[in-house]
Design a protein around this ligand. Sequence first.
Ligand SMILES: Nc1ncnc2c1ncn2[C@@H]1O[C@H](COP(=O)(O)OP(=O)(O)O)[C@@H](O)[C@H]1O
Ligand SMILES: [Mg+2]
Length: 337
Amino acid sequence: MTVPPLLEVEHLSVAVRRPGLPPLPILDDISFRLERGETLGIVGESGSGKSMLSLALIGLLPDGARAGGAIRLEGTDLLAASEAELCGIRGQQIGMIFQEPMTALNPAMRVGDQISEGLIRGRGLSRTEARARALALLERVRIPEARRRIDAYPHEMSGGQRQRVGIAIALALEPSILVADEPTTALDVTVQAEILDILAELVAEGDRAMIFVSHDLGVVAKATARTLVLYAGARLEEGRTADLLARPASPYTRGLLAAMPRRPDRSTGAGPAARLATIPGTVPGFAALPPGCRFAPRCADRVAECDAAEPGWRILGAGTQARGVRCIRAGMPEAVR
Ligand SMILES: Nc1ncnc2c1ncn2[C@@H]1O[C@H](COP(=O)(O)OP(=O)(O)O)[C@@H](O)[C@H]1O
Ligand SMILES: [Mg+2]
């Protein structure tokens, strides 16, 4: 018998109900796999559906949202699970790290107690055992003077320390998957690097995987091995992060890349471009998607055929080099254009 993948998302769609109108599709035909020891980046401009996808994975879609397709965790379809089963999976098997830890933390509760709470409820630990474990978790996420800080309230901590506490809470029940939705977006650059280090360590331990969501391709480049590019609720490209950044196949990925600030080129000594390129226009509203490729109205490579029908998902190349792309014009790129 073959072992099912740790996480397998197949043809996931999400639509939200609207009074008197047909449901509004927000995610369309998303598929990917994730194995232990891997980090998958999900990148796209604001409004592309990244948070909706994260919430779907942990079974916390907003009221009125309906999911189709399958989200299989070691073979078990979460979309077919009852709320009671989902409660067991959330935290125990999938842990969530949010962008703004203050929203995930209880402002009126000491951080140590917030970490302990899940351990007492989820693992049946005694108060003393849970506190010892909470302390170990705070040390694991490198909170300085953890022994003292365990009794601090969230408002007494810096943004970076609060995010470490958020990670400790997500880790408490040793989930096999961490879903981190813009975990460093609210933090300044040095703190961001420290948090990325901690997250990388947690995945490098090998028995865990991470989904790392960001609007920032630069951060995704540092944090992930594979990347899924999301645009207006659809995947436009997927592949190994290093390959995808070196040789993007989709014009949208190329646009994101061109808009990314660069460090000076070591070989030529050239500095960053004086002006960053931007992709003209904005992500279309889900109620007004164009009839063909959803990126076509903003695409530099657009031809008449792009507007005729939405392109299907194609695989270019093979093996570890394989690249998925949803663009009729994309071929396997030889070099950065
Ligand atoms: N609770 C909700 N009900 C209906 N639509 C929502 C809700 N939350 C987000 N949306 C819509 O879903 C789309 C994707 O949002 P989101 O997943 O937050 O994007 P991202 O995280 O990539 O910025 C947006 O168009 C947004 O308006
Ligand atoms: Mg978001």
